[in-house]
Design a protein around this ligand. Structure first.
Ligand SMILES: C[S@@+](CC[C@H](N)C(=O)[O-])C[C@H]1O[C@@H](n2cnc3c(N)ncnc32)[C@H](O)[C@@H]1O
Length: 262
């Protein structure tokens, strides 16, 4: 059975996985590459990735030959698929919620997680950020890549409207934040902000699709949509919402540091 058949098929990311889409983070590979480059992964680094999914970013990280790489994934089935795809490389897997990894204090030089916080309620967002802080060494870096809202002065009514439409489209209670909002979630747990980068929410736009997936895969995705009206309906609904809110919704990556004197 394919992974998406085992998961809650209603959720937007599994709808896109069923379509054949591999890049499921809002800013695409471009923003992932920015985040990985800012983390400046070295052969001396112990790395922890939260919610690695099927391991796309893990491959970029492993290409830098860190001292160690640990994946923390909550879903056993996804973890199994990750193992099959990443094998036979040296990776450690922990099946756990990223808010309670069971890893020791100060064990990591760099921690990152993509496309996971947006879909969680604020309490769980904070708990995961706190866990990243706990497992990082002083001076260590934490990277996130999530859905953003802009500008920082966006009125609350518009924020509510975007969140409602997004939750309807991806059938998960998604709460994106502005750059200031995400930064506050990080600084409230003790982090310092090192860098912020934004990209437009072009997850389902042709140019980004080709850049992320390659033309042959995009053609396959197109035919899957053509012959599956239900799938097509869901994908089109998501694209409509992304386009409707293009002026207020984007993709954001933030690099934060655990202060050295911690
Ligand atoms: C949308 S996918 C993102 C996967 C990957 N980071 C990416 O960008 O392609 C969400 C993944 O995060 C995992 N996940 C969600 N919440 C989690 C949590 N609290 N702890 C660990 N994994 C989690 C899910 O099981 C799923 O594999």
């Amino acid at each position: 059975m394919r992974v998406e058949e085992k998961m809650n098929m209603a959720q937007g990311h599994w709808v896109l996985a069923k379509l054949g889409k591999r890049v499921l983070r809002p800013g695409g590979l471009e923003l992932t590459r920015w985040m990985v480059s800012q983390l400046a992964i070295q052969p001396t680094d112990d790395i922890v990735e939260f919610a690695p999914g099927l391991g796309l970013t893990a491959q970029l990280t492993l290409a830098k030959h860190p001292k160690s790489y640990t994946a923390v994934e909550i879903n056993r089935e996804v973890a199994k698929l990750f193992r099959e795809r990443i094998a036979p490389r040296e990776v450690r897997q922990v099946i756990a919620d990223a808010s309670q990894t069971g890893l020791p204090d100060g064990c990591a030089d760099k921690v990152y997680g993509e496309a996971m916080l947006t879909m969680l309620p604020i309490g769980r967002k904070r708990a995961i950020v706190a866990e990243a802080f706990r497992i990082l060494k002083p001076g260590g870096l934490y990277g996130i890549h999530e859905v953003g809202l802009y500008p920082d002065s966006l009125p609350d009514e518009v924020k509510h409207e975007v969140r409602r439409d997004l939750a309807d489209a991806i059938q998960v209670n998604a709460t994106p934040y502005t750059a200031q909002g995400w930064s506050e979630i990080l600084t409230q747990q003790g982090f310092e902000i090192v860098g912020i980068e934004n990209k437009p929410m072009h997850l389902l736009e042709r140019r980004r699709l080709i850049a992320d997936e390659g033309l042959p895969r995009v053609v396959v995705m197109f035919f899957r949509m053509l012959f599956n009206p239900k799938l097509r309906g869901r994908v089109m609904q998501m694209r409509r919402v992304f386009r409707k809110h293009l002026d207020h919704m984007d993709a954001i990556s933030i690099i934060a540091r655990k202060p050295v004197n911690n």
